[in-house]
Every structure is written in structure tokens, then in C-alpha cells.
Design a protein around this ligand. Structure first.
Ligand code: PSU
Ligand code: MN
Length: 317
């Protein structure tokens, strides 16, 4: 018995038509809807992100698992179902849990890794999320954490341009960059030399590569894809300035939340959503304001990037 992800796709007609016509499409993920944010922020962000992709001239395709299929392009009712589902009833599907999520039936949300798998099988090349997963922080007195998101390995093996606001600030960001380098994944900051810090504009370290603007980033993406290396490319866009946390506030909240998670013994796939929720409480909602704004901003940038990639391909013909 053999098959492929492609056998499991259910591509919504507007998305299918855009792909068949070679028009720009942007994939969006669903774990940030079901696990990353609470209702109603999650539903607002999901629909605002789709609108932002459209405003940039591309077609949005939010990805999730439903009743054994990888759905590419969710309608309003599906977004609502995911956003309002009872806590714990929606599975978080990543590469290691994708088979289980498909076999189980019902709804599952796709993380960055699972969304990349589905979107790539559908022929989509650009994807927007909030922040990618990475290497979690070490516990006090212990060696480096072995809790490394499957997002990183997926970036190594799936050729897709992933737009984010940097690795999530809850992580060990320097070690996350090291792993991405080992895996051969280019990391590009757009518009600044510093690596964007998710809640804050800067992660306090330089990005390995920088592109002055989206057009330059699109040219870099096109060259990376033309080489056929097989890997993805990570584009990091700073959170909008008016809702950014200062580096100091972000650091204090993240340190506190990680200490609380360690004390409570939180680990595994539960850890990332737990930390995001804890930081929302610690910052009295300010982290949610930046998280929601950066997701929509990334969707807008990804839309422009998808448009530029299609235009560039037409020019090269
Ligand atoms: N970006 C956000 N919020 C999120 C995520 C991204 O602003 O909740 C999700 C993505 O789906 C990402 C996941 O793949 O968090 C990482 O989870 P983990 O660390 O368990 O791999
Ligand atoms: Mn993990």
C-alpha cells in the first residue's frame, strides 16, 4: 500500500482555480487559531489575515484537517468551527501527528510543519504564520533542550517561503538559529539587520541575511527556489511598531512564563500554547495585541511576496 499527501487534499475551488492559472496563493495555518489565541481574537485574526492576503492581490488558503482530509482553503463556517471548538477537542497536527489526526476524523489544526506539507502538495509556495517553533529553553541546571519543533526539520525538507515575525520569543532563539543553519535553511530579515523578536521588533541578535524590502526578498526567494536545494526559506518581518513590546518587557514576561511552565511540569505539544497563554496574562493582554497584529501583517507581506514571485517568473520567461 502506498499513497501520498496529494491523495488526501481537498482544495477549495477558488484556490484550485488560482493554482491552475498560476496566480499567487498564500497558505495560512490553523494551530494559531485553535491553540495559539483565544476566541474571539482567533477568529478575527483568521479572517483579517485572509483579507490582508487578498488586499495584497493573492488568494488565501487556510489549511486544516477535517474528517480525514487536508483542507486547503477553509470557508467562514469552518474557521468558526475551529475558533470556537471546545478546548482540547481539536488536535494539534504536526508532521509526527499528521497520520493520527487524519485517521481520527473530525477537526485538527495544522502547525507550521503540517501546513507546509499540505500546502506544498497542493502546489503553494508561500505561507504566512505568526512565529515558527524552534528549540525550547533549557531547564535550570540542565543541558540544552531536546524539545525542538518539527517546524525546523520541515523547513529543511520542504521548499516553501515561510513568512513569520521571527522564531517565537518563548524559545532559545540563538540555538534555534544554529539548528536552522545546520539544516541549511536561509533566515532573512526584511527591512532591518536584526532578527525580528516576535513580540519585540528585535531578538537582540543579527539575522544571518537581510533584504532591504519585499522586492529584494522576493528575488532572494526566487534564486533559492531556482537552485532546487529542496529546502524552505524563512523570511522574518518585525511586528508593527505601534503594538510591539519593548525587548525588556518581552524578556521579563517570557522568562517568567518559562519558569512557571517548568514549575508546573508542562512539556510536549502543550508547552507552546501554554506559554503563549501565560504571557498574555503576565502582560495583561499586550502580548495578544502584538501577536494578532504581527500575524495579519505577515499575511499582508506574504501576499505581496507571492505576487512578486509570480511577476518575476513571468519576466524570466
Ligand atoms: N505563531 C503564533 N502562534 C502559534 C503558532 C505560530 O503566533 O500558536 C503555532 C504554529 O502552528 C507553530 C506552533 O508551528 O505554534 C509551534 O508549536 P511547537 O513549538 O509545539 O512545535
Ligand atoms: Mn515541541
Amino acid at each position: 500500500m502506498s499513497g501520498s499527501v496529494a491523495d488526501r487534499l481537498l482544495i477549495e475551488p477558488e484556490v484550485a482555480a488560482a493554482l491552475a492559472g498560476g496566480r499567487p496563493v498564500v497558505a495560512l495555518e490553523s494551530t494559531l487559531i485553535s491553540h495559539g489565541l483565544a476566541y474571539p481574537d482567533n477568529l478575527r485574526v483568521a479572517s483579517d489575515s485572509e483579507a490582508a492576503v487578498r488586499a495584497s492581490g493573492a488568494v488565501p488558503a487556510t489549511v486544516a484537517v477535517h474528517d480525514g482530509r487536508l483542507v486547503i482553503g477553509l470557508d467562514r463556517a469552518s474557521l468558526e468551527a475551529l475558533a470556537t471548538a471546545e478546548r482540547g477537542s481539536v488536535m494539534k497536527a504536526a508532521r509526527p501527528s499528521l497520520g493520527a489526526a487524519i485517521a481520527r476524523g473530525g477537526w485538527a489544526a495544522t502547525t507550521v510543519s503540517a501546513t507546509m506539507i499540505a500546502a506544498h502538495a497542493a502546489g503553494i509556495r508561500v505561507f504566512a504564520t505568526g512565529g515558527i517553533g524552534g528549540v525550547h529553553r533549557a531547564h535550570a541546571g540542565a543541558g540544552p533542550s531536546m524539545d525542538i519543533s518539527s517546524d525546523l526539520d520541515e523547513l529543511a525538507r520542504t521548499p516553501m517561503a515561510v513568512v513569520c515575525a521571527g522564531p517565537k520569543a518563548i524559545l532559545d532563539v540563538p540555538n534555534t538559529l544554529e539548528v536552522l543553519e545546520t539544516l541549511g535553511v536561509p533566515v532573512v530579515a526584511i527591512g532591518q539587520a536584526d532578527l525580528p523578536g516576535f513580540y519585540a521588533r528585535s531578538a537582540g541578535i543579527l539575522a544571518p541575511h537581510t533584504a532591504p524590502d519585499e522586492a529584494a526578498a522576493a528575488a532572494l526567494v526566487a534564486t533559492h527556489f531556482d537552485l532546487g536545494l529542496g529546502s524552505g526559506i524563512l523570511l522574518c518581518v518585525p511586528v508593527p511598531a505601534d503594538v510591539a513590546l519593548t525587548e525588556a518587557e518581552a524578556r521579563a514576561a517570557v522568562d517568567q512564563a518559562n519558569a512557571d511552565a517548568e514549575a508546573d511540569g508542562i512539556h510536549g505539544p502543550e508547552l507552546t500554547p501554554w506559554l503563549l497563554a501565560r504571557i498574555a496574562v503576565i502582560t495583561e493582554g499586550r502580548s495578544v495585541r502584538s501577536n494578532t497584529a504581527l500575524i495579519v501583517n505577515n499575511a499582508r507581506v506574504a501576499g505581496r511576496l507571492a505576487v512578486a514571485l509570480v511577476a518575476g517568473a513571468a519576466e524570466r520567461r
